[in-house]
Design a protein around this ligand. Structure first.
Ligand SMILES: *Cc1c(COP(=O)(O)O)cnc(C)c1O
Length: 401
């Protein structure tokens, strides 16, 4: 019997359908806003662009504040946005064994120069925004919630992104609902929302070339995001990168230092609006699948699956799995990463450890973030895994003698 090659993605993206591409799908922000119960959302061309708009808006309100406090384990696009805004960055180390900022370290990182603090939800898991808000308020700073990886997550029934002053989501490929690239701003305060809108209209012009490129990429994503084609578009470049030990390339951690700003066309919004109508059911199915995965993995000695604190109800595009040591993590990845099972890593390094970011990231030791990066792997929770895939993942995670 011939078995065709097949590959699982590292995160659960909402698959697009041919009918999504028919025009007339409606207003993406309105569809999502009513699903999530948010005040009017604002569309940007990427999560990074949304963050840049948020930073510019706050800068205008407090030009004397020039520093942004960022968790030391997060997406390299975050320091790139801070740099593009002409602001300084201050890193905050994480709690031990976690991605969330350590409250004591956060308090020490904040001062009267702090413009904004960025609590960050990763992999669908919900960060402690309430502590960040309290600490930021004490120094008169704003809170921007980085919910790039958490569209659909809730805290006490309410969407993430609204506990701070401004929140943003990413609609990039691989982050759930995708326009190939896109971002959303959420803000409960009407005057701040108006300022965000004004800044976006200045910062993001129409740009036909960007829009044609993103439209073609979105079509390509819709075509290729299926287990039979992922070996070609995802698996092959991944295995090549792993063979060369080019780990940053393997997860796509290397980004240009410029942040493109342009408007998203009505057509691409309409594609997203049609797909978004399937999002609640898709997120619910992912949550149900994650229960079984969690149970299987959690039973393994030394394996911890990151979960949410009570009242925080995240999404499950993947499971973040922490192992007892870097050695154990690397041993598991040696077999699992190239195996086409959707096992991967999130960001390879803590921010100070990216050599290409050395000019824009403060070079200070961030021991907890460094340790978390060294011991964590991710298990994709796409709709396509089978019992046999989970058996293979479990076997790869067994402690090796
Ligand atoms: C992806 C991501 C961003 C940036 O979003 P893009 O839409 O890719 O620009 C910001 N923060 C985090 C934590 C992310 O994962």
């Amino acid at each position: 019997m011939i078995t065709l090659p097949r590959e699982l993605p590292p995160t659960a993206g909402l698959p697009l359908q041919a009918s999504d591409f028919l025009p007339g799908g409606g207003d993406l922000c309105a569809v999502l806003g009513s699903q999530l119960g948010t005040p009017p959302l604002q569309l940007a061309c990427s999560g990074t662009a949304a963050l840049l708009i948020a930073l510019r808006t706050l800068q205008q309100r407090a030009p004397e504040r020039d520093t942004v406090v960022v968790p030391a384990y997060t997406c390299p696009l975050v320091p790139i946005a801070v740099h593009a805004a002409g602001l300084r960055m201050r890193l905050c180390d994480t709690r031990p064994g976690h991605f969330d900022m350590d409250p004591d370290a956060l308090r020490a990182a904040c001062s009267e120069r702090t413009l904004a603090v960025l609590p960050t939800h990763l992999g669908g898991r919900v960060a402690d925004v309430a502590s960040a808000v309290q600490i930021a308020r004490d120094v008169g700073a704003w809170v921007i919630e980085d919910a790039a990886q958490a569209l659909g997550a809730r805290v006490d029934g309410r969407s993430v992104g609204l506990q701070g002053d401004i929140g943003f989501f990413s609609l990039a490929a691989g982050k759930g609902l995708s326009l190939f690239e896109g971002g959303l701003l959420a803000c409960a305060d009407p005057s701040l929302r108006a300022a965000l809108r004004d800044n976006a209209s200045v910062l993001a012009p129409r740009d036909l070339r960007w829009e044609l490129r993103r439209s073609a990429e979105l079509l390509g994503l819709a075509l290729c995001y299926r287990p039979g084609l992922l070996p070609l578009v995802y698996g092959r470049p991944l295995r090549q990168a792993l063979q060369c030990n080019a780990l940053e390339d393997a997860v796509g951690d290397v980004f240009p230092l410029q942040v493109p700003q342009h408007r998203v066309s009505r057509w691409r919004q309409s594609v997203g609006a049609r797909a978004a109508r399937r999002l609640p059911a898709f997120l619910q199915a992912a949550r149900e699948r994650s229960g079984y995965l969690r149970e299987r993995l959690q039973r393994l000695p030394g394996v911890t699956v990151l979960d949410d604190a009570p009242g925080r109800d995240g999404t499950w595009p993947m499971l973040m799995v922490r192992l007892p040591s870097q050695r154990a993590r690397d041993a598991a990845l040696a077999t699992l990463w190239p195996a086409g099972l959707g096992v991967s890593r999130m960001f390879i390094h803590a921010l100070p450890d990216y050599s290409y970011l050395r000019g824009i990231v403060p070079q200070r030791a961030m021991p907890n973030a460094h340790d978390f990066a060294a011991r964590m792997l991710t298990v994709g929770n796409s709709p396509w895994w089978t019992e046999a895939d989970v058996d293979a993942i479990v076997k790869g995670l067994m402690p090796q003698k």
